[in-house]
Design a protein around this ligand. Structure first.
Ligand code: ADE
Length: 418
């Protein structure tokens, strides 16, 4: 088995943490138990490019239980949990190529090595593997059954591939499932982003101006949780509808140029480039803290900040102080990479339970429907979403009502009105 990890001796701690997370992942566990029996992925080679966390380990165990040969690589150079990577190799015989803090060259070499396994399914998080395959090894498309995509940013890239006419296999947009983005993006990003900022800085949030850049599902989660910690939350947006939503959710909304002058904390969750740029760093208060929780590390224009600075000093793990030539400083967390995974442990297991239930069922769906699925971006059928939600509710000991025959009849009739 080819693997590239930090230290195999970290496995015992990794195993303990993987099993701890599994306690909060009852839906994925049920799928794993069924997969053990039915083996729907028998003989299927899967490359999973994901954040190598305790939750991802439980997804990998589930794919393996279904009969798949899974190889794991990191979807971000800073998000790998090295003990988890070690345990997957040592305890489950699952090849992993991922090391926390790996260079971009190593990251890319892992993507290429994973493609060398000639996968039938790619589970992607950000579309780097799919994009690399299309650019460098397009012949692999012949043996690809399909791919799945975990995140908003990756789906934006897949749609660009469709537009360019290059996506020649089916891809399941896992992020678009309701049991994914309503929970993972909102409650997961909300809690884990605040967790990352707090673990990195240990600075009180109460009474501070906390600027959330972007009011998508991730932004909503960050704003909601920052308010819960007592911060004065300011939202910046480019979409007028999301901006009204933020206003009516009770947040102050203003352009970035204004927010930049008064923010104590900034967190970017837009999926776009340079949303905090040179002109914003120029007007920030001394000691303003900036972090990113969007998929890629380009939301903060750190090249511009570097140019404006005379020195950069590490103050704590994942905390760098950029001393600007104007005498003020800006504090950057986690090198501008996903702060929730760089400085904390990513989304808690309970939300990843539903996200990764979607991933496991998407892999099964691709295999079962390979004869009929067209090339392009697909969503899982609504019944699968409903089933995941029902299982989650059941695991929480919560039951809900069902429509009565009278209600059902009313919902399907058009004659009844005023
Ligand atoms: N993305 C965000 N949080 C995550 C986690 N805990 N595991 C895998 N991917 C994630």
């Amino acid at each position: 088995m080819g693997y590239d990890i930090k230290d195999i001796n970290l496995a015992p701690q990794g195993k303990q943490r993987i099993e701890w997370a599994d306690r909060e992942m009852p839906v994925l566990r049920l799928i794993r138990e069924r997969f053990e029996q039915e083996k729907p992925l028998e003989g299927i080679k899967i490359v999973a490019c994901a954040h190598i966390t305790t939750e991802t380990a439980n997804l990998a165990r589930t794919l393996q239980a279904g009969g798949a040969e899974a190889t794991l690589i990191a979807s971000n150079p800073l998000s790998t949990q090295d003990d988890v990577a070690a345990s997957l190799v040592a305890d489950w015989n699952i090849p992993v190529m991922a090391i926390k803090g790996e260079s971009i060259e190593t990251y890319v070499s892992h993507v290429r090595a994973a493609l060398d396994t000639n996968p039938n399914i790619i589970i992607d998080d950000g579309s780097d593997v799919v994009a690399t395959m299309l650019k460098e090894k397009p012949e692999l498309a012949k043996t690809i059954i399909g791919t799945t995509e975990e995140t908003t940013t990756g789906i934006v890239r897949l749609n660009a591939m469709v537009k360019a006419g290059v996506l020649n296999f089916p891809s399941i947009a896992v992020n678009d499932a309701q049991t994914k983005h309503f929970f993972d993006n909102r409650y997961g990003t909300g809690q884990s982003t605040l967790d990352g900022i707090i673990r990195a800085t240990n600075i009180l949030l109460a009474g501070k101006n906390f600027v959330v850049v972007g009011y998508g599902w991730c932004g909503k989660g960050c704003a909601m949780r920052a308010r819960g910690m007592g911060a004065n939350v300011i939202v910046t947006e480019i979409d007028p509808i999301k901006a009204i939503e933020a206003v009516m959710d009770g947040f102050r909304v203003m352009p970035m140029g204004e927010a930049a002058k008064i923010g104590d904390f900034f967190v970017t969750v837009t999926g776009n480039r340079h949303v905090i740029d040179k002109e914003h760093f120029e007007v920030m208060k001394d000691g303003a803290i900036v972090a990113n929780s969007g998929h890629f590390d380009l939301e903060l224009n750190l090249d511009a900040l570097k140019e404006m600075s005379s020195e950069v000093n590490n103050r704590r793990p994942f905390v760098e102080e950029y001393s600007k030539k104007d005498g003020k400083s800006v504090i950057v967390l986690g090198e501008g990479r996903l702060i929730n995974l760089a400085a904390a442990e990513g989304h808690p297991a309970s939300v990843m339970d539903m996200s990764f239930a979607n991933q496991a069922l998407s892999a099964e769906y691709l295999v079962k429907n390979q004869a009929t699925l067209d090339a392009g971006v697909h969503v899982l059928p609504a019944e699968v979403d409903q089933e995941i939600a029902s299982l989650k509710l059941r695991s929480l000991g919560i039951s809900i009502d069902t429509l009565t025959p009278d209600m059902l009849e009313y919902m399907s009739s058009w004659e009844t009105g005023t």
